[in-house]
Design a protein around this ligand. Sequence first.
Ligand SMILES: Nc1ncnc2c1ncn2[C@@H]1O[C@H](COP(=O)(O)OP(=O)(O)OP(=O)(O)O)[C@@H](O)[C@H]1O
Length: 307
Amino acid sequence: MSIVLKVENLSHRYSSAWAIRDINFEISQNGVIGLLGSNGAGKSTTMNIICGVLNQTEGDVYINGVNKRQDPRLAKKQLGFLPQTPPVYMDFTVNEYLTYAADLRFIEKTKVKKAVAEVMDRTGIAHFSARLIKNLSGGYRQRVGIAQAIIHKPSIVILDEPTNGLDPNQIIEARKLIKEIAQDHTILLSSHVLSEINLLCRDIIMIEGGRMVFSDSMDSFNNYIQPTTVLVRMDNPPAESELLNISGVNKVQFLTEKQCRIWFAGNSNISQSIIIASVQHNWQLQEINLEKSVLDDVFKQLSQQQS
Ligand SMILES: Nc1ncnc2c1ncn2[C@@H]1O[C@H](COP(=O)(O)OP(=O)(O)OP(=O)(O)O)[C@@H](O)[C@H]1O
């Protein structure tokens, strides 16, 4: 499989402190690759450097083998970018804006009309072609942002937190569109939401404190991360102290009257212990779910495993 994006020893310093340090990864063709990290981890810095918005302090970025520093124009031709805030002009219609985007991407004049029509179809915005962008919902504005990122058919598309700020229905629609586009583009998508990365991505790259802490398939990530919390719902829950008496339980937090999150030692068979205790004491257990999505815990586990 051919390598679409290669990032080599990438480091960046804004003033005195390093924002990212020694990031290395390779991405092969098609599918969605997740760039995960908490706020301030260095995701936007990494993406802005890949897209040529920011020049790195050290290291190299190759797009389809082209070094972005040595031949930025050729490298950027093969790349589409949607920054955190869609770079749209509110007073343009969708059609006007995409025509302008096609021009910026050096699409031949005779092919612009067709490219705009195709990309509007692809992103489901053709019916809004004559509407001013300022009169579109956030979800549709995001679609226009995605359309400008793929209008020149780049081999890699960079999406920086594309579902941030959208409502739940818009998030579902945006994810559907991203999956569709990933069938014939490679997508690098950043998010600080682990469940989103889990839903969309085949591979995952994780950055924390400017350092890369994980890079592998989503499956091996899920095997690597041991759950440390369990979400439990009981109709007749006991006092916190009784739950703390169960072997392996470290901490209990009631989220509602009947639902609590239980932290436990990674190697204990916690579900079985809770089920047995519940039957013995008539806690009327209704639901029990192992959780893998408490990001702080994931980062903690990863940094412990690295050291
Ligand atoms: N223009 C800047 N000048 C100085 N420091 C910056 C600048 N932009 C980002 N930083 C710092 O660099 C680090 C990485 O920031 P970055 O925006 O890349 O993180 P992020 O993972 O994208 O976070 P978020 O999810 O909040 O956007 C942070 O410590 C941030 O404060």
